[in-house]
Design a protein around this ligand. Structure first.
Ligand SMILES: [Zn+2]
Length: 488
């Protein structure tokens, strides 16, 4: 059996979340606009219109370069990539072909199987987005609202060898661009776009296999499926003794199938030349220093610090650093609550992440603030309220915006741990359920949990469950025992 090795390269386009477009003052975000209402002579390629570069685009590109550990070219240039396409009104795209802003770079990615893989980047360059076309009733419609929105294109070196690795890399890249606030990174909204090159060759082959390119896959899970399908297809060809042809492929995620778009023609000649209307981009040492100084601690570094500083399991640290606001929330809570960090992590993972998920909002937008969470944990630890009430408090604070202590007072949620009060409730339950008592006394000890559950129901979760269990045992094992035997 021959073993086959897959080699995968990813070309990603990252839409920068600047306020305005790359070379004009039209808004960059035109999601809510009617087609062709957010345009001007520059972004529609009118003859004689003069572009002027957006400083925010350069700063964001620089920030991404630094986060990716790329070398910065002190001087970079814009070039014209000439081709005729309906959504590119000027007949060319402004890009950086010869001297891009960032060269090299890498991202360390912790894979699902525990390995850390360093993914190298060829270069990072700025360019402008194209418009959008669609077909409607046999008519080709064009919307230029997106034309001229700034992008950074990043191409990986062939460091990836499975669909899972490609998917994890994309997840980490999306996390990074959101974390450093250069892009919203939503693949379904095309703010992060990805073309995937796949080639399969027998292990130990001295030449890599022919590359096939899968175009525009628009979710991470779709990338995983598409790459798996393509690896399978190419392996099948090689096993059947057929050469793999160099194709450009489209992935239909709904039908879960690959479609050949075209055989890869010879490289198109884009007749690149320096864009004459734009000055070179000059990045000073001081500018780099400033962008570096503003850079937050990056997600992987923060995850590793959560593991070493707080003794969290890698799983917890990974979830808590999925978004910067969540990581901030965790550390803010620890500033107020100075107990076991793992306890805060448990509350975050079980309750706060659940609430964020239910409401579809980020940690920063929650009404339950870190100080509230700290207070709730302390109320539970100090046995002022039960665990069940603590969980309830999370929702109640979120709904009312009041402090946990205020809600406990108002609603009378303090734990019932007073023996006399508990005993009264327990006795009533024992009286009302003779069958269960008999079964318990006949040896079905697991019923104790059921009895405790009844107390919790009776008190709406406010009873001290451990105490209630002890009281039940005393009543049934010692006090009822005699009565029960007489009945026999
Ligand atoms: Zn414009």
């Amino acid at each position: 059996m021959t073993e086959y090795i897959a080699t995968i390269g990813l070309e990603t386009h990252i839409q920068l979340n600047t306020r305005t477009k790359a070379f004009c003052s039209c808004r960059a975000d035109s999601r809510d606009d009617l087609p062709n209402t957010n345009i001007c002579p520059v972004c529609t390629g009118q003859p004689g219109a003069l572009p002027s570069p957006n400083a925010e685009m350069v700063r964001k590109a620089l920030r991404l370069c630094l986060a990716m550990h790329a070398d910065i070219n002190p001087v970079s240039y814009f070039d014209r990539k000439n081709y005729l396409y309906a959504d590119m009104p000027g007949g060319y795209q402004v890009t950086q072909n010869y001297q891009p802003i960032g060269v090299g770079g890498w991202l360390d990615v912790d894979m699902e199987d525990g390995r850390t893989v360093r993914i190298h980047i060829d270069n990072l360059h700025m360019e402008e987005d194209a418009g959008k076309t669609r077909n409607e009733d046999g008519v080709r419609l064009i919307d230029f609202n997106r034309a001229g929105v700034p992008l950074v294109e990043m191409v990986t070196q062939p460091d990836l060898h499975s669909a899972d690795e490609a998917a994890v890399y994309l997840m980490r890249l999306r996390q990074l661009v959101r974390w450093i606030d250069v892009s919203e990174g939503d693949m379904e909204k095309a703010q992060l776009r990805c073309d995937v090159n796949v080639s399969v060759a027998p292990a130990g082959a001295d030449r890599p296999g022919k590359k096939c390119e899968i175009k525009n896959v628009n979710s991470i899970e779709a990338v995983r499926r598409a790459v798996n399908a393509e690896i399978k297809r190419q392996t099948g060809e090689l096993e059947a003794g057929r050469p793999v042809e160099q194709w450009t492929i489209e992935w239909d995620d709904e039908a879960r199938e690959l479609r050949k778009m075209r055989s890869k023609e010879n490289a198109v000649d884009y007749r690149f030349f320096r864009e004459p209307n734009l000055m070179p981009v000059v990045v000073s040492e001081e500018m780099i220093r400033k962008v570096r100084a503003e850079m937050p601690e990056l997600p992987r570094e923060r995850k590793l610090r959560f593991i070493s500083q707080y003794g969290l399991p890698a799983y917890d640290a990974g979830l808590l650093t999925a978004e910067r606001e969540t990581a901030d929330y965790f550390e803010e809570t620890l500033k107020v609550y100075d107990g076991d960090p793992k306890r805060v992590s448990n509350w975050m993972m079980n309750e706060i992440l659940r609430l964020m998920h239910d409401l579809g909002i980020s940690a920063g937008a929650l009404k339950v603030r870190p100080a509230d969470l700290a207070e709730i944990i302390r109320l539970v630890e100090g046995r002022t309220v039960t665990m069940a009430t603590g969980k309830q408090l999370i929702d109640l604070v979120q709904e009312s915006g009041k402090s946990p202590a205020e809600i406990v007072n108002e609603k009378g949620l303090a734990m019932v741990s007073d023996d006399a009060a508990l005993r009264e409730i327990c006795e009533k339950i024992v009286e009302a359920h003779p069958k269960e008592v008999a079964a318990y006394l006949a040896g079905k000890e697991t019923l104790l949990g059921w009895f405790t559950g009844q107390v919790m129901r009776e008190t709406k979760g406010k009873a001290d469950a451990k105490r209630a269990g002890e009281i039940f045992k005393r009543i049934m094992n010692y006090e009822l025992e005699g009565v029960h035997n007489e009945r026999l």
